[in-house]
Unconditional design. Structure first.
Length: 337
């Protein structure tokens, strides 16, 4: 049984909710536990009036809680709905939904999956902030809410107290990210293994956007990416990667961006940062040695990259993610871009 001292996640199910996304928070957060097997999150589902809601799949879902549950939420998750993402434009929000959102306490973390970003945007909560949504509706979303800084290329955006994800399975990526942010990589990796999903995915939405199917005979960059992951400590260049893939620099760069959704250089830096984060969390190696093993060369280079991407120094990151669970829960969150 979860105690009230655990982090409470309240999922707001709206009319026309997509069942898959509705179940993601319970599955991911509900799997997270401490070393003694105690749950780290308390997950409840509510509706705007406590009544059942019809799902997009043609059946209804009965819940045990009404909007009052939002008042005790530490994190509020809004899954996408076939009803709202069709009708919301400009600054409009159905009154029952607006009233429910008004119950959320100051300081609670807000999360949207896929096109549920329309709900946050219609409430004015994304004005002037970075956010993402499903790539298919991103152009319409940007036209409807021009004050939102939409990034349609990423799987999710973490803007501290408001987080938005791309379509469908990106909600899993975002929940795993939150578990990692709250409790470190060991817990998040265990959750990922239990759910049989990767702890993180390379690239962004660009790799899933519809494009003409390439000829079957064309080579891919997958083998080169796997090769590079085993050599992050080495000073790999774009030329090294292209040579391994047996492609010209231009062809390799184009093919890589089409498959992964980012440039080879940015991908390589992201993989090195992930390795550095793991070493900072799981070892007591000196910062300079962590930097060397992760391929950054020097501690100063690692510090510059971590401050640029994560907003913290390696030492501060290590203090946050190697603390005990109670200390970590009470400490500052690490913003991750």
């Amino acid at each position: 049984m979860a105690s009230r001292s655990t982090h409470r996640v309240v999922v707001l199910a709206l009319e026309g909710v997509y069942p898959f996304e509705l179940g993601i928070p319970s599955r991911v957060f509900g799997t997270a536990a401490d070393e003694a097997g105690r749950p780290l999150y308390d997950i409840v589902v509510c509706t705007v009036d406590g009544r059942p809601v019809r799902t997009e799949a043609g059946f209804s879902v009965a819940v045990e809680h009404g909007p009052e549950a939002l008042e005790s939420a530490d994190t509020v998750v809004i899954p996408p709905t076939s009803e709202l993402d069709k009708g919301l434009t400009g600054d409009t929000l159905p009154e029952p939904v607006a009233a429910a959102l008004g119950r959320i306490r100051t300081g609670a973390r807000l999360v949207s999956f896929c096109s549920a970003s329309y709900v946050l945007a219609a409430a004015g909560l994304l004005d002037g902030r970075p956010a993402t949504t499903h790539w298919h509706v991103a152009p319409h979303f940007q036209r409807s809410y021009p004050r939102v800084r939409v990034d349609e290329d990423v799987l999710f955006v973490d803007d501290g107290d408001i987080l938005t994800s791309a379509g469908v399975a990106a909600g899993v990526d975002l929940c795993l990210h939150l578990v990692r942010r709250d409790h470190g990589s060991a817990v998040a990796n265990h959750v990922a293994r239990t759910c049989v999903v990767p702890p993180w995915r390379d690239g962004g939405q660009a790799q899933y956007i519809e494009r003409p199917v390439p000829e079957a005979t064309l080579a891919t960059t997958a083998d080169t990416r796997a090769w590079a992951l085993q050599r992050l400590q080495e000073p790999l260049t774009l030329g090294d990667l292209a040579d391994h893939a047996r492609m010209s620099l231009r062809t390799f760069t184009r093919r890589f961006r089409d498959e992964v959704g980012t440039t080879p250089g940015r991908w390589l830096t992201a993989q090195r940062l992930e390795l550095a984060r793991h070493l900072l969390e799981a070892s007591d190696l000196p910062i300079d040695l962590v930097a060397h093993r992760a391929g950054f060369g020097t501690g100063n280079s690692l510090r510059q990259h971590m401050r640029s991407v994560l907003g913290v120094s390696p030492a501060a990151y290590r203090r946050t993610f190697t603390a005990t669970a109670p200390e970590r829960a009470a400490g500052p969150a690490v913003p991750v871009a």
